[in-house]
Design a protein around this ligand. Sequence first.
Ligand SMILES: Cc1ncc(C[n+]2csc(CCOP(=O)(O)OP(=O)(O)O)c2C)c(N)n1
Ligand SMILES: [Mg+2]
Length: 799
Amino acid sequence: MTDCDTLAALERRVLWLASWTIHAANHLRPADDLDVKVGGHQASCASMATLMTALYFHVLRPEDRVAVKPHAGPVFHAIQYLAGRQSRAQLEAFRAFGGAQSYPSRTKDKDDVDFSTGSVGLGVAQTLFSSLVQDYVRAHGWGTDRPEGRMVALVGDAEMDEGNIYEALLEGWKQGVRNLWWVVDYNRQSLDAVIREGLWAKLEVLFANFGWDVVVLRHGRLQEAAFAEPGGARLRDWIEGCPNQLYSALTFQGGAAWRKRLLDDLGDQGAVSALLERRSDAELAALMENLGGHDLPSLVAAFEAAGENDRPTVFIAYTIKGRGLPLAGHKDNHAGLMTPAQIERLRAALGVRAGHEFDPWEGAADPAALDRAAKGAPFFAGGPRRLTAPAVPVPAALPAPDPRGKPLSTQMAFGQILTEIARTGGPLAERIVTTAPDVTVSTNLGGWVNRRGLYARDTMADTFKAERIPSTFAWEFSPGGQHFELGIAEANLMTMLSALGLSHQINGVRLLPVGTVYDPFVLRAADQLNYACYQDARFLLVGTPSGVTLAPEGGAHQSIAPPLVGIAQDGLAAFEPAFADELAVILRFAFDYIQRPGDQAGDKAPDPRTWLRDATGGSIYLRLSTRPVEQPGLAMTPGRAQAVVDGGYWLRPPEASTEVVVAYTGVVAPEAIAAVGRLAEARRAPALLAVTSADRLNAGWSAGQRAREAGEAGALGHVERLMAEVPRHAGIVTVCDGHPAALAWLGAVAGHRTRALGVEHFGQTGRIADLYRHYGIDVDGILAAAGALTPGRPIRIPA
Ligand SMILES: Cc1ncc(C[n+]2csc(CCOP(=O)(O)OP(=O)(O)O)c2C)c(N)n1
Ligand SMILES: [Mg+2]
């Protein structure tokens, strides 16, 4: 066990290294790197140095996982460095290209980051969902060879304003979350301002209401000892009543200012005056700064006491932003940087020689003892923290629903395919875990849930079933269930997918997460989705219903922009199929694709057929619809299946004489097919392109161009091959139930004039026919566009 003197010496090294890392990034780089100063770190780091020293060098265990608040990144890297897990070169390149990241990053940092942070609030929720996932995994009998870990979030007090934290809190309460610590760095400062008075009391009540243990770390040992002296009670009352702004301001001004103010306020009270007089200015400042979050013995004792049980616990640790630095307490310190003169004074105080700033134990009395303590800390004793799990085999084909001549929607097909997987069982079925924010039935997961059950740590019977009341859905919860039912909070869905989708690396157990959401609400949780992808979590996201095609369901539920999200979101391959057999092929691909090894471990070479870096894998987004459409009755040949995955295929190929091409994606297939039939009357050899993934076509196009620019003469993306078949004089009409920009770029691939049809305005309700007409994505709209775009006989409209 590391004693508190050793921890205190480690803390000094942590504070120095973090401060120097930031200073070096600002002052020691070539001049052209200094165009933007690196703010937002120094004061936050000083606030967190004590807390993080106690946690990483004493309290945490190898199985614990931590989300470090973004601006404490340099403290994290310094700790990793002292433990031998981070390189000096990375610290020296802090915030430079390829160097240690500003905010801890699972994917971009080279040391072992458990959870990325940056967009405040998200890492906090991630720890909660990761804890639920750990329970899920163990409830299914997996991963029991490892001890249970605790999920820990280090949270800023202003970060607690983020709403997603409370959405997660509520869900955690419902699901009986445990093994979770949130440690609030209660420095009473945000970026702009000083925090409202009494926030801690609100948090205390709130968390207690949700069944959490609340530990307020207000005073350190020095303060507690002073409170025990004559007059100490008055001092305590003064400290506890002192407004945040004043406490911060006095901290900034130091010992003499403290004395003056305290004497002014309490000085006539004999015993208090004596208490103050017994201390020098420096001692008085140290006393007043000795808050709970800066007192190693208090922190260690509190964490150890809480570690006795698995209850969710919030620690409100009083700290001082910038503590130990000349920036301490100043309300403008968020982006504050120490001047070269100030860092020189800190250097002198800590006994650091010039030129030895990055030496791990420079200035330490007993370097060998510190080295042993740092590297031997339990947290670092468990070897690599990132686990692996073998891929779950995926069958060569998934069962495509048999429409038997009946129209079918992609959402119905999705439900049927999953139900069939549930029925046939096997490894794929075992590892799929579904989740939805109160849209399980309405996104067609009901069949799957009927067979696989809902998950909960405790069994809960379906009362309707027990009472023999007929119902289509069995709603039984058990530890073996495979559906996580979430409340209506799309942010929680995405964070849950992020947690489920990292299980192979966090728990060493592979899960295949499938989350469904009404497509418009992808945007409601777009930042959480981005966060999940940024961490390289692996999942399938199914947006359904989508577009204006949900028609009478209400204009307020329409999605216009998600196809563009599908194109733009890094780490997410988006598909928008029209037909059931396409969906079956895409789903099979998806279950395989989400298990591929990623950028860090995987083969980074692009596939020469498409120029997509498919070997690395990623997550999948499917945009589906509730509109039944006639199935084309085509065979699913290997060639068509490959093209469906690559992003598109010719339903009617172009010829040398082709004058117009209609390219569609998704649910508007019937309109596109009918329009091409009609066009044949007025234009030569109209062609029809089925786009199953605008995202993958677009990505392959960009990659092909980049490769050619880099000298790979033969590089061609799939869409470039498709468009090469279209004669130069032909025009292209694109159509989709979403923003027209999703397909408008097709014309640029090989230089064809293009008219892009789609939806640009939000909120009309009506029948599908009304809306398609209104937005011009019906047959007449396509014909009108084709007529205006290409020369030739007038086209008869309406049909
Ligand atoms: C979602 C999001 N919004 C805004 C920011 C910009 N930002 C970074 S830190 C911060 C304030 C943080 O205050 P607090 O959480 O109290 O941490 P401290 O500055 O005290 O270390 C803000 C607004 C961000 N990183 N993420
Ligand atoms: Mg703060």
